[in-house]
Write a protein that binds this ligand. Structure first.
Ligand SMILES: *[C@@H]1O[C@H](CO)[C@@H](O)[C@H](O)[C@H]1NC(C)=O
Ligand SMILES: *[C@@H]1O[C@H](CO)[C@@H](O)[C@H](O)[C@H]1NC(C)=O
Ligand SMILES: *[C@@H]1O[C@H](CO)[C@@H](O)[C@H](O)[C@H]1NC(C)=O
Ligand SMILES: *[C@@H]1O[C@H](CO)[C@@H](O)[C@H](O)[C@H]1NC(C)=O
Ligand SMILES: *[C@@H]1O[C@H](CO)[C@@H](O)[C@H](O)[C@H]1NC(C)=O
Ligand SMILES: *[C@@H]1O[C@H](CO)[C@@H](O)[C@H](O)[C@H]1NC(C)=O
Ligand SMILES: *[C@@H]1O[C@H](CO)[C@@H](O)[C@H](O)[C@H]1NC(C)=O
Ligand SMILES: *[C@@H]1O[C@H](CO)[C@@H](O)[C@H](O)[C@H]1NC(C)=O
Ligand SMILES: *[C@@H]1O[C@H](CO)[C@@H](O)[C@H](O)[C@H]1NC(C)=O
Ligand SMILES: *[C@@H]1O[C@H](CO)[C@@H](O)[C@H](O)[C@H]1NC(C)=O
Ligand SMILES: *[C@@H]1O[C@H](CO)[C@@H](O)[C@H](O)[C@H]1NC(C)=O
Length: 461
């Protein structure tokens, strides 16, 4: 009895599939219809050369090869589920597409779609508008630099895509509008990646963020708000937090163990309106590799706990009001590769202990009040606009790998050390800018090798 029922159901299904070549049956989608919907989608847009700066004569427009023959799962940019045959991915970024994807576009019929990438095209408006909510299986939506016209809105329907894991809206002029970012994010409880960089829309820093977030990029928006009580510091899985270039973000950095202290790799608070002291709790961020605190109004000393950030490779403190010359905590960061302390009020001698950080290849110290020469093994050294005096320090001769040296606006006197005799000097007044050409870098390397050899020979003797 059960067997008979099953058999009947199966026959009915086969019959239906044959008839449904060009029909859409409710919620169900039969693989053969998909080609039809995809072609309809393609027809709604124009493939135009030079419509976008990502589109020139050499750009490969993926939909160009879509045609009535063949299996649509084989088409360029189309991915299907190997078992059911449903289209689950459309990757048609940089495909010279222009036009509007209206709410009635056949794209809404591809209800199994999980990944949709329309980045770097010229779409005028948010694809499908509020009907984007019909693509309920979407996990990855990428609309980076999609050429939306000014004044277009993020549709409220986006907030219904509760399976979204990644949302990329970078480089668009789009309004967040009455749907605040807070309500937009409310139901997106699986969101791990939210990229909003250079979305030019004034909106308030959301009160809450999904705790699933791993990567959050909100740089260069017109976001405003006070960061002090923000839930941002309570996100347990965050690895990347970029808030730079938001001058309307104010407040102080709170002093408690931030929830992401076990996971965070990158932090960028540069060019915002935050002020006050750097809290001791920063020292809990043991896995941090990159920290940018440039151009804020932070002041006081760099906390001792900084010495705990032993994974850090790039540290930017430029353009603050740090005044205290105690930099000893930095000398513990022995993975540092690039240290930028320019435009502060550091005074006196550059700590000798920092000379022990042998991985630093780029040191940027311009516009401070240093009076004593740092000794290190550098590739690039910028000491412009300090208070260095007297003859150039002999240790310059030990900087075997140096290729860029900027010493303008100091108070040097005396002659140039003989070891630099062979180098090309660009004596642009009043700059003393030395740019070692490549062949000279090779010369230094050769010198280094002979010196190392001599040293080794001396040791052996
Ligand atoms: C359809 O596309 C395939 C693959 O790009 C191509 O080989 C074929 O010539 C096309 N057929 C038509 C009728 O355009
Ligand atoms: C789809 O919607 C657009 C804009 O609302 C309209 O211009 C167009 O005629 C519609 N197309 C179809 C097939 O209904
Ligand atoms: C979005 O697509 C562009 C172009 O393919 C790519 O460069 C970018 O990394 C994508 N964004 C995400 C979050 O994957
Ligand atoms: C969140 O989801 C619930 C249930 O699906 C829905 O009623 C509500 O309108 C959604 N909220 C937003 C902001 O979309
Ligand atoms: C930011 O919020 C904190 C804590 O609520 C408050 O003390 C501070 O005055 C606020 N700062 C600004 C600039 O609004
Ligand atoms: C801060 O939090 C991290 C991760 O949750 C933890 O490993 C660390 O011990 C905490 N530090 C302090 C001082 O509580
Ligand atoms: C540094 O402090 C001085 C005096 O307190 C203030 O006038 C100046 O605006 C501050 N600079 C920055 C970048 O915060
Ligand atoms: C962090 O730094 C402080 C101050 O230097 C020090 O007392 C503390 O032991 C350090 N904690 C860890 C876990 O390294
Ligand atoms: C630099 O390192 C050497 C050898 O590891 C050590 O003896 C010396 O005390 C260090 N200097 C400073 C100022 O930390
Ligand atoms: C920098 O040092 C010079 C010379 O010691 C001093 O006159 C000046 O006030 C200092 N400037 C700052 C901002 O500390
Ligand atoms: C520069 O150095 C000379 C002596 O070498 C000294 O007389 C002069 O005061 C210094 N100028 C500044 C601005 O420190």
């Amino acid at each position: 009895m059960e067997y008979q029922k099953l058999l009947i159901a199966f026959c009915f299904y086969s019959l239906f599939v044959q008839q449904s070549q060009l029909t859409y049956a409710g919620k169900h989608l039969y693989p053969r219809d998909q080609a039809f919907y995809l072609l309809q989608f393609k027809q709604g847009l124009t493939i135009g050369r030079n419509v976008h700066y990502y589109c020139d004569e050499d750009t490969h427009a993926k939909t160009f090869s879509w045609n009535v023959t063949g299996d649509c799962c084989e088409w360029d940019g189309v991915t299907c589920n190997g078992f059911t045959g449903h289209v689950i991915g459309l990757e048609i970024s940089s495909s010279c597409l222009s036009g509007t994807i209206h709410a009635n576009n056949s794209l809404t019929k591809l209800v199994h779609l999980q990944r949709l990438n329309l980045a770097f095209n010229y779409l005028d408006d948010f694809p499908l508008g509020n009907s984007i909510s019909e693509l309920t299986s979407l996990t990855h939506l990428n609309l980076s630099d999609s050429g939306f016209l000014k004044g277009k809105m993020i549709p409220p329907g986006l907030s219904k895509l509760s399976k979204l894991i990644s949302l990329d809206l970078t480089w668009n002029f789009i309004q967040v509008g009455q749907t605040t970012l807070t309500s937009l994010l409310h139901n997106l409880t699986n969101l791990e990646v939210l990229l909003f960089r250079n979305v030019h829309a004034p909106f308030e820093l959301p009160k809450n963020f999904p705790s699933s977030l791993r990567k959050l990029s909100l740089e260069g928006t017109d976001m405003f708000g006070n960061i002090t009580d923000s839930q941002l510091f309570h996100l347990p899985n965050l690895q990347v937090l970029r808030l730079g270039w938001n001058p309307l973000i104010t407040g102080i950095l709170p002093n408690f163990n931030w929830s992401f202290s076990g996971s965070i790799l990158e932090l960028d608070f540069s060019h915002t309106g935050i002020f006050g002291k750097v809290p001791d709790s920063v020292g809990n961020l043991h896995s941090l590799c990159y920290l940018d605190l440039s151009s804020n109004s932070l002041s006081g000393s760099i906390p001792e706990s900084f010495g705990n950030l032993t994974a850090i490779t790039e540290l930017r403190h430029t353009g603050n009001n740090f005044t205290v010359s105690v930099l000893s905590s930095i000398s513990k960061l022995n993975k540092l590769v690039h240290l930028d302390l320019s435009n502060n009020h550091f005074q006196g001698s550059f700590p000798e202990s920092i000379g022990n950080l042998t991985n630093i290849i780029k040191l940027t110290l311009q516009c401070n009040n240093f009076t004593v020469w740092p000794t290190m093994y550098l590739w690039s050294l910028n000491l412009e606009n300090n208070f260095l005096q007297g003859p150039l320090h002999q240790s310059i001769c030990d900087l075997y790998n140096l290729q860029v040296l900027i010493l303008a606006q100091n108070n040097f006197s005396g002659s140039i050390p003989g070891c630099l005799g062979g180098f090309v000097f660009l004596l642009e007044k009043p700059k003393w800018y030395v740019n070692f050409a490549e062949d000279i870098a090779q010369q230094i390397a050769a010198n280094k090798r002979t010196r190392q050899k001599k040293r080794r020979q001396r040791k052996m003797n």
